[in-house]
Design a protein around this ligand. Structure first.
Ligand code: GLA
Length: 749
């Protein structure tokens, strides 16, 4: 039981090394979380087993199983026969970490170009370690947990021809049926090598029909769920934008064609990364389906000198036999408890008002204060001053100047921000004694050419030699791969937060990366960005940080490690939001979603929706807020807002900590509904919507899920009714017009 290899990253966790033991070796505390029998490895969760083995002949790793629990007796799969044809054994096996160039014609998980030019590798099992707990991932966001929460298996592989070493790390969180994998490549030779492709997770499914589910969209239309059949050949998606993007989310689900929201097997793969990524699903000639998720090979080309290592981001894989909903709930729980580090992860979030859609760039010290005052009257607890407050020589009065110069606009704020912050934080929310908090918008990774920063440091902006620097929204991206840029951002933001009582930061990012100096710059940028996030959130743990990238352009687990909430979409139309928020919840906990009640007609769609429906949709997000100018509200809307705020505050603890059941989906039904159940099962809240008026047709009953069939529940004070009746028969609500909505409370007796 001594480590054959000790690396600093392992230092925090206790190490148990097993070198080809024949007997089963159990992990200590987590009983059978990791079982090693000879050279067969099994990871066991409460309802999942994941098994792979070393092929004794080739030293390759072969996948056996990822699905429902095995009973501990190892099953020896019959050997794969080399039949006629051009696909050799490697192409017929289910390979655990498929390398390149030895007769497996499917997409590899790793491709390395050696100095001689070839890209063949022959990675064979060497040894493994079992670690109680989970080592950190150097420089990258990662799930975390103590020795009781998680056990890690590290498999060391080595290519004798090139001296390339690969460590595959598997961490099992048994309670969440989650397996987290990452890979690192170390150049143990003397010549440079280039990592051209490196997947975080790769899994070869057996021959079975599968559907793949992904989230796609665009700006202001994020997270639209797409489900399609996996066909022979390759099908995939990814981001080459330099950020995880609105276009495709770094998330993949696979499910049997018969799997529904509440029944059947589903696998979810969620990449803990904010940069360009790639998802490939390939059904090979033999009918096996390979799923790969990781860094985008087109933006990698990562050179490793002698002794250097590249660590991949990690990918969380969850398994559920309770349908797509069960898969989502596992991810939600894991992310709430073992990813998001902020102290606000599951604590009450103040109801906020954000100035953007109310005033846009058009404000000064007194008009912004008026907005804060009006918000306080309505009961808002946090006032957020969005874009438009900064820029001295190049004032930010529109989107064509100022980014990079984080000094208050002297015309708008002659004495700086402190007097405003003081005045706002002296306000009291509604009739309470709670003091208002002050929040601010920043976009520190960007620069406008119209700025002092750009005049001083034109080389800090991303550029590729002499090529024109294409502007988007009149701005360029600072190159966070450069340490001096990271240091500058850390300093200006730290100075801003030190300068006054700012308790919330909305960190925005509003364009893609175009001309980059090299393909590998994308990943180097991410490492720099994570350093900035880590430094600032560690230094300012009491600040509530919100991520944003023109809405949900960076709604990913990488951001969530540092920022507990993300602005879900720039589309604040409540009808669109139902689809976007339900879609986002496929992979991300509702606690992470920022959602605001905005004015009508809606700024993005021109649609007019009743204030109640708008409020109800927004309070399904962990961070509920208003995004409007209260002075412009109709009287009857204004009268409703305090009640909606009170309701949002009542449901918020359940939204933040509870389990979400998507009872009916907006893309499938005119009556989408979701149930949130508190962790102890004592309280639940049902959101039930009617999108369009239903003329001369019966309204369906809504059957609840996740309740205790034996227990009795009151429903908005009525009843009690048994859990069995509520789940098997359900509830019925009727509405007489478009955009009907109900928020219903259940209490267990
Ligand atoms: C982005 C954000 C918006 C707002 C504007 C300000 O679009 O998503 O919420 O902050 O920037 O410029």
């Amino acid at each position: 039981m001594f480590g054959s290899s000790t690396r600093t990253a392992l230092a925090a966790a206790s190490l148990l090394t097993v070198l080809g033991h024949k007997s089963a070796v159990m992990a200590q505390d987590n009983s059978n979380a990791v079982v090693v029998d000879g050279k067969t490895f099994v990871l066991n969760g409460d309802n999942v087993s994941y098994q792979f083995r070393v092929n004794e002949t080739s030293g390759d790793l072969l996948s056996d199983h990822f699905g429902g629990s095995l009973d501990g007796s190892m099953f020896d799969a019959p050997p794969v026969e080399a039949l006629g044809g051009w696909v050799g054994l490697n192409g017929r096996f289910r390979r655990e970490f498929p390398d390149h160039g030895r007769g497996d014609f499917r997409i590899p998980a790793v491709r390395i170009r050696q100095s001689e030019g070839y890209t063949v590798t022959d990675l064979r099992y060497q040894s493994h370690d079992v670690i109680q707990g989970k080592p950190e991932l150097p420089g990258l966001p990662a799930t975390h947990g103590g020795e009781d929460d998680v056990t890690t298996l590290v498999v060391h592989m080595f290519d004798n021809y090139s001296s390339i070493a690969v460590d595959l790390s598997y961490s099992i969180f048994p309670k969440y049926d989650a397996i987290v994998r990452s890979a690192n490549v170390t150049n143990k030779g003397t010549k440079n090598i280039t990592v051209e492709a490196l997947s975080s997770f790769s899994f070869d499914f057996p021959v079975e029909d599968l559907d793949m589910i992904s989230l796609n969209g665009d700006w202001a239309r994020e997270a639209h769920r797409q489900r399609r059949k996996v066909e022979y050949g390759t099908q995939g998606f990814g981001s080459s934008t330099g950020f995880s993007s609105h276009l495709h989310n770094p998330f993949l689900a696979l499910a049997h064609p018969s799997t529904t929201e509440s029944q059947g097997e589903a696998w979810g793969f969620s990449l803990v990364y904010t940069g360009s990524f790639s998802v490939d699903v390939e059904k090979g000639s033999q009918g096996l389906t390979r799923a790969l998720i990781g860094l985008n090979p087109n933006q990698l080309s990562w050179q490793l000198g002698a002794g250097e290592t590249l660590t991949s981001p990690e990918c969380v894989a969850v398994y559920s036999d309770n349908g797509i909903g069960g898969m989502s709930r596992s991810l939600h729980r894991l992310y709430r408890n073992h990813l998001i580090k902020s102290k606000f992860a599951i604590s009450d979030r103040p109801v906020l008002l954000n100035s953007w859609e109310g005033l846009y760039f058009d404000y000064n010290e007194s008009t912004i204060y008026q907005l804060a005052e009006e918000s306080a009257t309505l009961g808002v607890k946090l006032f957020v001053m969005d874009d438009g407050w900064f820029g001295d020589k190049y004032p930010r009065t529109s989107d064509n100047a100022g980014l990079g110069d984080w000094t208050p606009n002297p015309e708008r704020f002659p004495e700086g921000l402190s007097p405003l912050v003081q005045d706002v934080t002296d306000l009291k929310a509604g009739n309470t004694s709670t003091k208002m908090r002050f929040g601010i918008w920043v976009e520190p990774e960007m620069v406008n050419p119209n700025s002092s920063l750009y005049r001083e440091h034109p080389d800090w902006a991303l550029h590729a030699g002499p090529y024109p620097r294409t502007e988007q929204r009149n701005q360029l991206v600072l190159n966070l791969a450069l340490p001096e840029v990271q240091d500058y951002i850390i300093k200006v933001i730290a100075d801003l937060l030190d300068s006054s009582d700012i308790s919330y930061v909305k960190w925005d990012f509003n364009r893609a990366m175009h001309e980059t100096p090299s393909p590998s710059n994308d990943h180097a940028y991410m490492l720099g960005m994570y350093r900035v996030f880590d430094t600032l959130t560690t230094r300012f743990p009491d600040v509530l940080w919100e991520g944003c990238a023109s809405g949900g352009g960076r709604f990913d687990p990488g951001v969530l490690e540092y920022f507990p909430q993300i602005w879900t979409s720039d589309d604040t139309d409540a009808l669109e939001r139902v689809t976007i928020q339900f879609g986002t919840s496929l992979a991300y906990p509702p606690s992470a979603m920022g959602a605001h009640l905005s004015a009508v007609p809606n700024a993005q769609t021109g649609r007019t929706i009743p204030v109640t429906f708008r409020g109800h949709v927004a309070m399904m997000g962990g961070s509920f807020g208003l995004e409007l100018n209260p002075a412009e509200l109709h009287e009857d809307e204004k009268a409703e807002v305090p009640g909606l705020i009170a309701l949002a505050e009542k449901v918020n603890p359940i939204i933040l900590t509870g389990d979400m059941y998507r009872l009916r989906l907006p893309e499938e039904s005119n009556w989408p509904a979701a149930l949130f159940i508190s962790p102890d099962g004592a309280q639940a809240v049902l959101f039930y919507f009617q999108l369009r008026a239903n003329v001369n047709h019966a309204t369906p009953w809504i059957r609840l899920q996740g309740l205790d069939p034996q227990a009795k529940y009151t429903v908005d004070g009525k009843g009690p009714y048994s859990g069995a009746n509520l789940m098997n028969m359900g509830l019925q609500y009727t509405f007489d017009s478009d955009f009907g909505s109900e928020v219903v409370f259940l209490e267990r007796q």
